[in-house]
Design a protein around this ligand. Structure first.
Ligand SMILES: Cc1cc2nc3c(=O)[nH]c(=O)nc-3n(C[C@H](O)[C@H](O)[C@H](O)COP(=O)(O)OP(=O)(O)OC[C@H]3O[C@@H](n4cnc5c(N)ncnc54)[C@H](O)[C@@H]3O)c2cc1C
Length: 588
């Protein structure tokens, strides 16, 4: 596998030129004066160094060794514990954590790019700090002051790690089916009884303590999702001074055997009267979990983007070196035994698809991240509300579209390698195996599509959509050569949205039948908007640096070869639910 080169130039382009987030930071009281473009560059350079030097080298060995279950605890692959210490000591686990409890308080727009670097270097490793950051975010928003003071600083410092414990054998998408019980212990704590499956980082040897955030039912819980509460359940009980006490009554019964991310421990967990503490109000566990969902879902989308970036870098290097056949227009390397495959139109198609989807994905994920920052930190209520609306609408798209395209880009990279992409040596097959889970966990992509089409579009009557579409339309005047295709794509999405609102109100089956294609048309249209904006900047600066000429050429490729996908998707979507239900269930 080619050495990972952090795409710092493109990250700067997106942050500073496309979105101008340093200006946004300067206008946010929480960040003004403490963060500017230079500091952000330094943060990214340092993260890139650590990722390239410490984490990327463990990607292959971690996959081959995997995690090992032992009676005394789960062992992560060689080098992971030291890498965790290096990551934690740099303050990276608490990068966007609350300053009040020792976090660095960095905005999501910057943290999102650090997450891309981390995931591109080592997706399995990245899960441990991401889950810790997610657990900390949930505690910061919902736990009482005592729990926050005890746990947050240690999570931010990476002294302890976090895990999110939702899934049970009978309760996956439908968390209302959870059976794990929590019984009051009389001293303000609870005893947890039950089991969880698929728990990433539920048990490992990176940190002496692991903080489980777990969903369970109280004895008086109403049935379904309104009866689920959130608990903090530490592996070791914690004394008032923060020192570790007795081992809690919980254990990892087994590790799941899985397709990829083999260096991330995915645990079957047993809770046999483990002590836990309620986080937030009783029966409000799912609502509490939703606080961090927007952040986590964007984070999973970024995993797809990161794997795609790695695949694109590898494939690009390989296509320049691999000699096979002659270019159709005549030899380009007549002195060699054959031409490099990059001269073949089909290989160029694959490489440019990878590039356009990856760079478009970086622009999109950074845009969503910058809206998360505005939603949290903007002092003006109307600005905050508008950003919240955009985040609500775009989060399911970010999770599902970025990960669907992440898999496509990884598979394309594998294809560029031919048979060498299928064998282990070059790392392409690992990328395909690793990225596949991103379409499944944190709400399957089918569920994301339902969220977009059902809750965010039909139930909302289209208001969220129309506000965002107006923002995209406002850029048509400056879209130059891309104005006409962008306007047509926006007209198409408007028409599809109206069609779906009307049909979906009459018959909910229409929503589920159309949702996946709707999300994809939505995604390609948003990328077209962002590519048009990027092209405008690139056109003005084309003579300055080859970077801009490449950007412009990639924008042209996107509009010519990828945006037209919306036509097939739109036609399929409009076929409605009848073709799905005409077939009797007995034949499926
Ligand atoms: C490697 C790995 C790591 C994981 N890490 C964690 C973790 O750390 N913590 C944790 O709690 N969980 C974790 N999970 C669990 C993961 O989040 C679930 O697998 C996921 O939410 C889907 O649940 P399920 O597997 O039970 O599938 P199901 O819910 O059974 O879904 C099966 C299929 O039916 C579809 N479907 C289900 N319900 C509906 C519906 N209402 N409408 C339309 N379609 C529907 C789904 O989209 C899917 O295609 C992990 C899973 C894996 C494999």
């Amino acid at each position: 596998m080619a050495d990972y080169q952090a795409p710092l130039r493109d990250m700067r382009f997106v942050l500073e030129e496309l979105l101008d987030v340093p200006a946004q930071w300067a206008a946010l009281p929480r960040l003004a004066g403490s963060l500017d473009a230079d500091t952000a560059r330094a943060v990214l350079e340092e993260a890139a160094r650590l990722c390239a030097q410490r984490l990327a080298p463990l990607n292959r060995s971690g996959d081959e060794e995997g995690c090992q279950w032992r009676a005394e605890g789960v062992a992560t692959p060689a080098g992971f514990a030291a890498a965790w210490r290096a990551w934690a000591e740099g303050g990276w686990v608490g990068l966007s954590g609350e300053a009040e409890h020792g976090g660095l308080g960095m905005p999501k727009a910057l943290a999102a790019q650090v997450e891309e670097l981390l995931n591109a270097a080592n997706l399995s490793f990245a899960l441990y700090p991401m889950l810790s950051a997610g657990a900390a975010l949930t505690l910061a928003a919902h736990a009482d002051a005592t729990l926050r003071a005890l746990y947050l600083p240690r999570l931010y410092r990476g002294e302890w790690a976090g895990a999110m414990c939702l899934t049970e054998p009978q309760a996956g998408t439908d968390l209302g089916l959870i059976r794990t019980r929590a019984e009051p212990d009389g001293d303000g704590s609870y005893r947890i009884f039950g089991g969880k499956i698929f728990i990433t980082g539920g048990e490992h040897d990176l940190t002496p303590n692991i903080v489980h955030l777990l969903l369970a039912r109280l004895p008086d819980a109403p049935p379904g999702s309104k009866g689920v509460s959130l608990f903090l359940v530490p592996k070791f009980l914690v004394e008032a001074d923060g020192s570790l006490g007795a081992r809690n009554a919980m254990s990892c019964g087994a590790l799941e055997h899985k397709m990829g991310i083999k260096a991330a421990s995915t645990c079957v967990m047993h809770y046999d009267g483990a002590r836990g503490w309620l986080v937030g109000a009783p029966h409000q566990g799912l609502a509490a979990m939703f606080t961090m969902m927007n952040y986590e879902r964007l984070g999973v989308g970024i995993q797809g983007l990161a794997a795609g970036e790695r695949s694109w870098q590898n494939a690009r290097a390989y296509a320049r070196e691999r000699l096979q056949g002659r270019a159709p227009g005549g030899a380009v390397a007549p002195g060699l035994s054959a031409d490099p495959i990059v001269a073949q139109p089909d290989v160029r198609r694959m490489l440019l698809t990878m590039r356009a989807l990856t760079e478009g994905g970086r622009a999109f994920s950074s845009y969503v991240a910058s809206q998360l920052d505005l939603a949290r930190d903007a002092p003006q209520p109307d600005l905050r509300a508008a950003a919240e609306a955009r985040v609500a609408l775009l989060t399911p798209v970010a999770k599902a579209f970025l990960t669907d395209l992440g898999l496509e880009v990884c598979v394309l990279g594998q294809q560029v390698f031919g048979g060498h992409g299928y064998i282990r040596e070059w790392g392409q097959e690992q990328l395909v195996r690793d990225v596949r889970i991103t379409q499944i966990y944190e709400g399957t992509n089918g569920i994301q599509a339902l969220d977009l089409a059902g809750r965010k579009l039909v139930a909302d009557g289209g208001a969220l959509y129309r506000a965002f579409a107006a923002e995209m339309r406002a850029d048509l005047d400056t879209a130059g050569e891309f104005a006409a295709p962008l306007a047509a794509a926006l007209d198409n999405l408007d028409a599809l949205s109206d069609w779906l609102i009307e049909r979906g109100r009459r018959d909910p089956r229409e929503i589920g039948a159309a949702s996946v294609e709707y999300l994809q048309v939505f995604g390609y249209t948003v990328y077209a908007w962002l590519w048009a904006r990027m092209a405008r900047l690139a056109l003005a600066r084309e003579a300055q640096e080859v970077f801009y000429a490449e950007k412009l050429a990639t924008a042209r490729f996107y509009f010519a070869r990828l945006l037209p996908r919306i036509h097939a998707l739109s036609a399929a979507l409009r076929s409605g639910s009848a073709v799905l239900y005409d077939v009797p269930e007995s034949l499926l």
